[in-house]
Design a protein around this ligand. Structure first.
Ligand SMILES: CC(C)(COP(=O)(O)OP(=O)(O)OC[C@H]1O[C@@H](n2cnc3c(N)ncnc32)[C@H](O)[C@@H]1OP(=O)(O)O)[C@@H](O)C(=O)NCCC(=O)NCCS
Length: 167
């Protein structure tokens, strides 16, 4: 999925080679807690946590028997720099999609997250979704600004912030 008008960014549907590149990018330039759910054990990119990362994406995106979401590898100038995902969830009678994105540290703060969010929104609309939602933490200012920039309303619930945008 090329990003309109910005040829150097592309969102590529996740596959096994892409997953290997994604893990390498995460290990090199992201904290595990930024890119996957918490895993018990020593901090950092332990062998166990790397296996959990791979299993997480295989289960949720790659295995047709268990897949619940679509994940894309974010590429910038041909390099793997992060991931974006959309998970359809049913809410009320409308189709709602829950979104997530992470980027490697060295390219954050350059407007790439904003451009990736725009592609996710377009994809959600094209897929017939009526509502776009995302959750982050109260201390994640970049994520708040990114989400608010889409036009979403933000609600604080304890340590979390829920974003919601009617499409
Ligand atoms: C959140 C994340 C995807 C944002 O992507 P990004 O490319 O860094 O963001 P952008 O450069 O497009 O900026 C988006 C907005 O955040 C603001 N922003 C970016 N980095 C920021 C920082 N470190 N502190 C405060 N605001 C920041 C920008 O000014 C912009 O706001 P504006 O439109 O009001 O000017 C990225 O920082 C990231 O991968 N973080 C770790 C994983 C994560 O937290 N994911 C989000 C979970 S919902």
């Amino acid at each position: 999925m090329p990003v309109a008008g910005e040829s150097e960014i592309a969102l590529i549907p996740l596959d096994e080679p892409g997953l290997a590149r994604l893990l390498a990018a995460a290990v090199a330039e992201a904290d595990p807690l930024e890119v996957m759910p918490p895993v018990d054990g020593p901090e950092g990119w332990t062998d166990h946590r790397r296996e959990v990362f791979l299993a997480f994406h295989r289960r949720r995106s790659l295995d047709p028997e268990t897949a619940i979401e679509s994940t894309w590898v974010v590429e910038f100038d041909g390099a793997t720099v992060g991931a974006a995902r959309l998970r359809p969830v049913s809410a009320d009678s409308a189709l709602e999609v829950e979104a997530g994105v992470w980027l490697i540290r060295s390219i954050r703060g350059r407007g790439i997250g904003r451009r990736v969010a725009a592609v996710l929104l377009e994809s959600a609309r094209d897929g017939g979704a009526a509502r776009f939602v995302a959750t982050t933490t109260v201390d994640n200012t970049a994520a708040h600004r990114l989400l608010r920039g889409t036009g979403a309303d933000l609600d604080v619930h304890g340590a979390n912030v829920d974003a919601r945008l009617e499409l």
